[in-house]
Design a binder for this molecule. Sequence first.
Ligand code: COA
Ligand code: AMP
Length: 641
Amino acid sequence: MMSDYESVYAQWQAGPETFWEEQAEAIDWMKPADKIFDAEAGVYGRWFAGAECNTCANAVDRHVEAGHGDRLAIIYDSPITGTKSQITYSELLKQVNALACVLSDKGVTKGDRVVLYMPMIPQTAIAMLACARLGAIHSVVFGGFAAKELATRINDAKPKMVIAASCGLEPSRIVEYKPLLDKAIEMADTPPETCVIFQRPQAEASMVEGRDIDWADAVSAAEGRTVEPTAVAATDPLYVLYTSGTTGQPKGVIRDNGGHMVALEWTMKNFYGIDPGDVLFTASDFGWVVGHSYIVYGPLLRGATTIIFEGKPVGTPDPGVFWRIVEEYGVKAIFTAPTAFRAIRQQDPEGEFIKKYDLSSFQTLFLAGERADPETIKWAERQLNVPVIDHWWQTETGWVMCGNPAGLGLLPVKYGSPTKPMPGYDIQILTDEGEPVTEPNVLGNVVVKLPLPPGALPTLWNADQRFRDAYLEEYPGYYKTADAGKIDEDGYLFVMARTDDIINVAGHRLSTGAMEEVLAEHPDVAEAAVIGIADPMKGQVPLGFVVLSNGVDRPESELEKEIVAMVRDRIGAVAAFRQLVCVKRLPKTRSGKILRATMQKIADKEDSPVPATIDDPAILEEVSAVLERRGFLSRPLEAKE
Ligand code: COA
Ligand code: AMP
């Protein structure tokens, strides 16, 4: 007998357009699609061509109109500030309307970009929804990024407006956003006309006359006003979210309105098993795709309740904070990154904090964003006694590519595998030459047969050619995920590593290329390379290598201090760049390409054949000796209990 998963997947395979047409019935459209999939439009085709809709109307208005205005939309819980609040769908509609009026009065209209530099407070979700209401395109920049990263994004998105809070809060410090924003605007070629500033009591931002307006003043003046949701094309962008590429220039991933709503709505029910009124706790950040999809849009489209958590899994105040939240709000499912559970496990190995709380509402734990090591999954299963679901996706796809669908009935778990492809995704393994790998368990490049499903990126912001080059060129007819992996005899996918220069630090996706650009700016550095090495808590952390310029002779520790400060200043604390070693030469191929993957394998003590193309194998021994001296020959991630 077929499982529900198998029959749904087979139904999609038999007729993708019919499948998505049926799923689209869950959404309110202002105009139906002329074509469910238009293969001629866009770079590889577009979903719901000709349709018109509004994402804010679907996420907010329709629940109020259906009589659910008193249901909680947002629960805000900030152990860092000791603040809690709740917002019903009716109240959310009022607040979104008022802010949308402020934006509209300042000239923000359909297609304009609005950059958001905001922390984990409800105002961030309200600002995203206000943009969506007007058909404006929001671009949320993670608060852990420094001024230069913000400036790069402002230059690419060319926003009419920036919305920022005066500060974000880390457990150990106040991160003042406003000076960073002012610096970024100074650096940017295309400054925004207006900045809306949400003042928080922890830090008062100074305002620039004629440009900055105060959120509270403007919104209270607009209280009670409403603006109708703007009809946008299903194919119009809802947001642009920048994600790390292989260079310092991040990629602007576009999410459209129609396909995104259809896909998220499908996942909420069928994958996460969340019904209207259920409480979903996604412990991530608005600045990442997980925050966009499962703190804001997914739960609100479904009419569920979302939790906005301003805290950390440990230390705010203790490793029991997730469980306190589950008990207090009747959370049905948690979604976070494995690193959060490694942190909790480290501080509460016996689950003493778990036992303190009533977890009877809690049904499933979802993990994504980085490889979920089996030891962490098994620990969480034992301690929580609920299914722990690893699922694999990317900023680009916006929703799960491969997973174990709680809403359809779980498949047997294989540790180390995020399970099976979801409808919409025909996942295959190709050799470097682009040949299909037909044997099971053979490692290769993980690709998705085109077209990508609704919700996945149609292209990059103002960069169709970069989109083709980065994702479609190498394997014609397929989307390149840039992950390496294998599929076993039962069709389970195992994702092993990235095939490019992206590293994953505490579930944060970072570009080693961007860090190398910063290292190379140091006047004493002739050449630089950055790799990700295994870390028992964060999964990976960056490690820098530099070759000093001729004649420079300086202590390694002094240089390390300066360069660590530079990376923090240029990219941000989130890069977690703390370690640097000096080497005489970098290992390269004869054509001059730095052998980063080989260096990483040495650091992680993995067996790896020396590439035949290496210029001088002796350099690898030098690198190995330096790593040994500094104690970097790493601890494995899956340390035995
Ligand atoms: N704004 C400003 N700074 C931030 C920030 C933000 N939103 N988020 C992180 N930072 C800073 C941290 O304060 C830290 O600074 P420091 O060097 O001064 O200590 C630095 O960036 C590195 O942060 P992080 O890698 O998160 O490490 P951490 O030690 O602060 O916390 C965990 C470790 C595991 C608790 C934390 O990474 C975590 O909660 N992870 C959850 C995973 C997650 O949300 N992933 C998102 C994708 S699902
Ligand atoms: P991001 O775009 O930040 O979501 O990062 C996407 C990348 O994170 C993927 O390409 C993978 O390399 C990695 N990743 C995300 N989820 C998983 C997972 N469940 N297992 C293994 N790797 C993952």
